[in-house]
Structures are given as structure tokens and as C-alpha cells.
Design a protein around this ligand. Structure first.
Ligand code: GTP
Ligand code: MG
Length: 469
């Protein structure tokens, strides 16, 4: 809330949009209000106005998640897992309000960075905008200085112009580090609601990490990270080509998080980015393929699509209508089952995953998991993954594939059978599985994402009971 607004005035303003049921005000680096309207329509009316839109209200709009639809297809066995996958995706994908909030945080940060670089821009990338983001995912931002450095601009032939110059530095990396260092300092000193600022400047990709308290986002700010912007565009394109892509990536990400295969803490786990590339590769390997290879997308590119970043060819077509698609009619259930089977038996010890070619290639170097970076082709995006983590992934794929087979045989350990009190279908593969080595992560219980999955399962059970009674 605007600090000059009184509680009374603010509530009076809001009540123009409908009756207020409950409210409370609190202070945390500013004044905030949580308000519950008697009717949902009031939120719509308020959001249309927008002038007093607070983060709390934006978040409250997230509560209309369509969890109730998860079990409503139970009587239609053919489509039931497909519907669960769609419901899971709808319930946890970023809402429009949440996406807007992400752009808003970028623009707030731009105001800070503008103290040094007046015409810079800050763009979101990664899962905030690639179509695979889950509510609560981090906000990856890119400080774009190209507009002011003149590198990409044609300078006027005459007239005066103002140029910024970097002092001599040893390398472009050193420049990036010093830019992030000053911006990091600014965010720490003056960024309203920005806390826990860490400058991680020696990472392969230097970054400033902080929490933006008012929005609740964990933020990573990078500079000079154009290849990541391109991979975000590529992932977005794949997600748009066929709606099964987004649903499948989303479900595999949720499954991996529920079993502690991925983690918000950096370490030897598989990252969401690697996992996404694995799903894309699997979809390229279907017969007929569901999505084209990156080489095919490059061959379809027009002159305006040409992009070479630091010597890496990042060209691919941007006109979706030029991309021919095969008529693959597999269901989401078949694909998810297929994904688990595919990676249960994949020759990880010898082969590298390559979405550029759409074919596995011999590993160019020793690493338990080798996934070729789509644009910087000499790099392995899963270099961090150790053998234990890869083994856990394979074991969980095997167990999940086995659980899927039980649909057909309908054994007591199957996917829920007709007993509506136990989780069934997709819900059963999101529950802890009894796989050797898989329980080794003791902290699993404390991880917020698994908590969320658990509460989702609880809500499914409750719906079942309600339906029964
Ligand atoms: P979550 O944040 O886990 O939801 O997913 P994310 O896709 O945003 O991943 P992350 O925040 O780790 O990385 C942000 C973006 O940076 C990714 O979407 C990729 O575009 C890019 N990226 C991350 N890791 C790598 C990597 O190892 N190699 C390359 N080339 N790009 C990466
Ligand atoms: Mg991210």
C-alpha cells in the first residue's frame, strides 16, 4: 500500500469492488494488506482497475487452482491419466497474475540499474517465460546493455551522440563481473524489499542472487547471458508446437521434484533444464516424432533468424507456421509411460543426449550423464550430475514404468484400481516409491515442493471421499 494511505481509506477504496469479508494490515519493508472479498468477482473487478493492485491480491488470485478437476474423470478410464496430467499442469503452472508480477519485479530492478545504465533493460528468462514454470519457481533475469553500448546499433553518420565506454578490462567476463558487482551493491543498499543479496561472481555464469520479499520471488540476476535467452526461446517454441510437450515436461518436473531428483539447492542433482532437454529428446525419438530436431529448426530459419553468439550458431526458425509436424496421436498417458521406459533402459554409460541431431551420440567425454548443450555444443549441461543421482533417476524411472504397467494387469499394488480412498493413476507415481537408494535424501520431508505435492494428494483423497458420500 502507498504509505500515505490509511487503513480506512484503503478499505473504502476496495469496497467499491464488493463486500470485504476479512482483512489485515502488516508491515514488512513497507505496508501490506491481505484482503478477502466475499465474492470472487470483486477480485476481477479490482484487477481490471489495477491502480491499487498489491502483491497480496495478486497472490490471492492464485488460490483459484482447479484441483477439483483431478478426480472427475475417474469414471472414464481411457482418458483418466491424461486428465490428471492436464489438471496438474493447470493447477501448478504460472498464472497470468504471477507472470505479470515477474515482469513488474524486472521493471523495479531496471529502475535501480538505471542509476548506472539509464537505457538498460532487464528481461526475464528461464522458467518464468519458457512455458514450463511452476508457481514458486525462481525469477531469472538478464541485464541487457546492448541498447546503450552501441554494439548493435548503427551510429548516426552526423550529429552528436553520447557513448558509454568500458574501462579497459582483461576480458568480457571481468566486465560482466564488475557490472554485476556495482548493481549488486545498489540492490543491497537501495533495493526496496530486496534481502539476502549474494554476489556469486566467480560462477561459470556470474550472478547476483537475492530474495525480493514483497513478491516472494527468489531472484537471479545475470548479465551477458544471451545464450540462455536463446535456450529460453527454443524451449518456448517447443512448448508451443504441441500442447503435449508442455504437459509432459511439467509432469516430469513435478515427478522429479516429488522424489527429490531435482532440488532448489545447487549440487549434484539433475536440474530442471537438463530434465526438460531429456523430455524433448524423448519426444524427438517417438515414431513418428512429436517435435523436430534443432538442426531441422535451423534449416527452416530465414535470414532474419540468423543468430551467432560468441561464435556459437544459435539460429533457428521463429515463424512457427513454417514448421511441419507429423501426425503422432499418442496420448499423454502413453507418452509419460514411454518416457519412464525409455530412460529405464537408456545407455547412459556410452551415449550422449543430443536434441540438435535428435539422436544419441557417443559420449565425447567421461561423465555419468552427458547432455549436449544445444547451442554451446562442446559443453555438457549435466556436468554436475554424479553417478548416485543418475542411478536414482534410472531406478525411479523403472519403478514408475512398472507402476504404469499395473494399469493393464490391475494388481493390488496397481494404480489405485477401484478403491477411491487410495491415490490412483498419476497420484500414485508422485508418492514416495520404494526404490533402493532412493530414500537416501533425509531432508526430503522438509522440501516445500514435496509438501505441495503431498497436499495435492491429500486434496485428491478428500475429493474422493466427498464424491463417495
Ligand atoms: P527452474 O528455475 O528450476 O524452474 O528452471 P529454469 O529453466 O529456470 O532453470 P534455471 O533457473 O536453472 O536456469 C535458467 C535458464 O538458464 C534455463 O531455462 C536455461 O535457458 C539456462 N540454463 C540453465 N542451466 C543451463 C546450462 O547448464 N546450460 C545452458 N546452456 N543453459 C542453462
Ligand atoms: Mg529458473
Amino acid at each position: 500500500c502507498n504509505s500515505r494511505t490509511t487503513e480506512k481509506k484503503f478499505l473504502k477504496y476496495l469496497s467499491r469492488h464488493g463486500d470485504i469479508k476479512k482483512h489485515f494490515f502488516y508491515e514488512s519493508y513497507g505496508i501490506y494488506a491481505v484482503v478477502e472479498f466475499a465474492n470472487r468477482e470483486s477480485i476481477t473487478s479490482l484487477l481490471e482497475r489495477q491502480t491499487h493492485q498489491t502483491n497480496s491480491l495478486a497472490n490471492s488470485a492464485n488460490h483459484k487452482l482447479p484441483l477439483q478437476s483431478m478426480n472427475s474423470y475417474r469414471d472414464c478410464p481411457k482418458r483418466r491419466i491424461d486428465q490428471q496430467i492436464i489438471s496438474l499442469t493447470e493447477a501448478y503452472q504460472l498464472t497470468e497474475e504471477n507472470s505479470r508480477l515477474r515482469f513488474l519485479v524486472c521493471s523495479l530492478l531496471k529502475d535501480i540499474a538505471a542509476a548506472y545504465f539509464p537505457e538498460c533493460t532487464i528481461r526475464p528468462f528461464g522458467s518464468s517465460v519458457n512455458g514450463f514454470g511452476k508457481l514458486g519457481c525462481d525469477l531469472d533475469m538478464f541485464l541487457d546493455l546492448d541498447g546503450i553500448s552501441g554494439r548493435n546499433l548503427k551510429m548516426p553518420k552526423s550529429g552528436l551522440s553520447l557513448e558509454y565506454q568500458m574501462k579497459r578490462a582483461n576480458s568480457e567476463r571481468a566486465v560482466t563481473q564488475s557490472i554485476l558487482s556495482v548493481i549488486g551493491e545498489c540492490v543491497e543498499q537501495f533495493g526496496a524489499g530486496c534481502v539476502g543479496v549474494q554476489k556469486i561472481l566467480n560462477a561459470r555464469c556470474p550472478l547476483v542472487r537475492f530474495a525480493h520479499q514483497p513478491s516472494g520471488f527468489q531472484c537471479d540476476l545475470t548479465a551477458n547471458n544471451r545464450v540462455a535467452m536463446k535456450s529460453t526461446e527454443l524451449l518456448y517454441l517447443y512448448g508451443e508446437l504441441d500442447q503435449r510437450v508442455r504437459c509432459l515436461v511439467f509432469t516430469v518436473r513435478c515427478w522429479a521434484r516429488a522424489h527429490g531428483i531435482t532440488s532448489s539447492i545447487p549440487g549434484a542433482w539433475i536440474t530442471n533444464f537438463s530434465l526438460t532437454v531429456m523430455v524433448l529428446f524423448f519426444l524427438q525419438k517417438r515414431s513418428p516424432p512429436i517435435i523436430p530436431t534443432l538442426d531441422q529448426l535451423r534449416d527452416l530459419a530465414g535470414p532474419a533468424d540468423k543468430s551467432v553468439i560468441e561464435g556459437n550458431d544459435c539460429t533457428f526458425v521463429s515463424d512457427f507456421s513454417k514448421i511441419p509436424l507429423h501426425s503422432n496421436t499418442e496420448t499423454l498417458e502413453e507418452l509419460l509411460h514411454g518416457f519412464f521406459e525409455f530412460y529405464s533402459t537408456f545407455a547412459f554409460s556410452r551415449m550422449s543426449i543430443n536434441i540438435r541431431k535428435g539422436k544419441e551420440q557417443n559420449k565425447p567425454e567421461v561423465a555419468p550423464l552427458h547432455i549436449q548443450n544445444p547451442f554451446e555444443t562442446s559443453l555438457n549441461v549435466s556436468k554436475n550430475v554424479n553417478a548416485t543421482q543418475l542411478d536414482r533417476f534410472v531406478a525411479l524411472c523403472q519403478e514408475s514404468a512398472w507402476l504404469f504397467q499395473q494399469i493393464e494387469t490391475n494388481t493390488p499394488r496397481g494404480l489405485g484400481g477401484n478403491d477411491t480412498s487410495t491415490p490412483w493413476g498419476l497420484a500414485s507415481i508422485l508418492l514416495p516409491l520404494n526404490v533402493a537408494g532412493v530414500k537416501s535424501r533425509k531432508k526430503k520431508r522438509h522440501e516445500p515442493a514435496s509438501e505441495r505435492i503431498k497436499s495435492l494428494l491429500e486434496s485428491l483423497k478428500n475429493k474422493n471421499h466427498q464424491k463417495k458420500s
